[in-house]
Design a protein around this ligand. Structure first.
Ligand code: FDA
Length: 307
């Protein structure tokens, strides 16, 4: 499972300052992040959609403790959608939103995050697009699901990420399998205590399959957020058994991870969506990607030492 020390580092201000100051980091970050600005995001989306992939855009940032920053994140999404409209990119695009980036942790934060997320969802809907709420650590799940329920009153296609590693997930899914409910199932990228989350890779994988079965048997739109070849095989099998055609579910993978597999699935006619992060605040996202795979850390440290 993700390396706990690296995940703890994802929230260290000191380490953030150190790592982001070193130019060589940029080269490694580029593998996982489309770029720092809107133009880079549009360029990446053009390229991916040109290859038959769908996209979900994440304006990087999280744990905002500043109201102006929360509102600026909302505005960044609005600018992104305007750029999509201008460049004719709305058809295969949606956005992923972290509620902590739009104010969830501020005093009175749930109302602020809801207002900001509502503005983003409304702008998306005007262009025929939708949004999906990312899921952050387990302390935020109740709040995120509450905000999701509010958003879905007006924007029923709003999606949510659900983490298989959390023990509560099967219970949560019971309320999330209704018609059209868009749920992105992921293993979970945060360090969580054993009291709330399965700890071993094997237990998380088993929990993922149980949750996936619930989603595939339900009436919603399952979004299989995994790069794991065994999970992908099982998803294809479950979709087939439940009479789901490609498009009645979708695969999702992260930008820069198993890119050839993304294109292979799309070429086979599967709906394949790539999660594309962009923006300057890439530190927390980048550290979670390092934590998921020791080889990434070795690669990063080597570039660091050879600079
Ligand atoms: P696993 O970790 O077992 O990896 C399977 C294989 O994929 C590896 O063997 C390797 O080949 C490749 N791989 C996986 N991670 C890699 C990496 N970092 N670098 C290089 N190769 C890698 N989590 C969360 O808590 N909240 C969220 O909202 C989201 N959102 C989200 C969206 C999308 C579209 C995806 C794909 C994932 C997320 N996640 C997430 C992250 C998720 O929880 C999980 O940490 C990663 O997807 C890794 O788990 P896998 O299912 O890929 O399996």
């Amino acid at each position: 499972m993700p390396n706990a020390l690296l995940l703890a580092s994802a929230r260290s201000e000191k380490l953030r300052d150190l790592i982001t100051a070193v130019p060589v980091t940029r080269g490694v970050v580029d593998r996982f992040v489309a770029g720092e600005n809107l133009e880079a995001a549009v360029r990446a989306v053009r390229e991916l959609t040109g290859d038959g992939l769908k996209v979900t855009l994440d304006h990087l940032g999280e744990d905002t403790t500043d109201r102006a920053q929360a509102d600026a994140t909302r505005d960044a999404y609005l600018a992104l959608f305007a750029a999509f409209a201008e460049h004719g990119l709305t058809e295969d695009a949606e956005a992923s939103v972290k509620l902590s980036a739009v104010g969830q942790f501020l005093p009175g934060g749930e109302a602020i995050a809801l207002d900001n997320a509502r503005a983003i969802a409304a702008a998306a809907e005007r262009l025929g697009m939708t949004i999906t709420l990312d899921m952050e650590d387990h302390t935020t799940v109740d709040s995120t699901l509450g905000i999701l329920a509010e958003l879905r009153r007006d924007f029923p296609r709003t999606g949510v990420a659900i983490q298989a590693m959390l023990r509560r997930t099967e219970g949560d899914l019971k309320d999330l399998t209704g018609e059209g409910s868009r749920v992105r199932l992921v293993k979970g990228a945060y360090a969580e205590p054993a009291s709330v989350a399965f700890q071993s890779r094997h237990d998380v994988d088993k929990a993922y399959v149980r949750a996936l079965r619930i989603l595939m048997e339900g009436d919603g739109h399952p979004m299989v957020g995994s790069h794991d070849p065994r999970i992908i095989e099982i998803a294809l099998d479950l979709a087939h058994r439940n009479g789901r055609e490609p498009g009645g579910y979708e695969f999702q993978m992260l930008y820069g991870i198993r890119a050839a597999e993304q294109r292979r699935l799309a070429a086979e006619g599967q709906a394949m969506r790539v999660y594309v992060p962009y923006g300057g605040d890439w530190y927390g996202y980048f550290m979670r990607r390092l934590a998921e795979r020791p080889a990434n850390l070795v690669f990063f440290l080597r570039s660091f030492l050879n600079r």
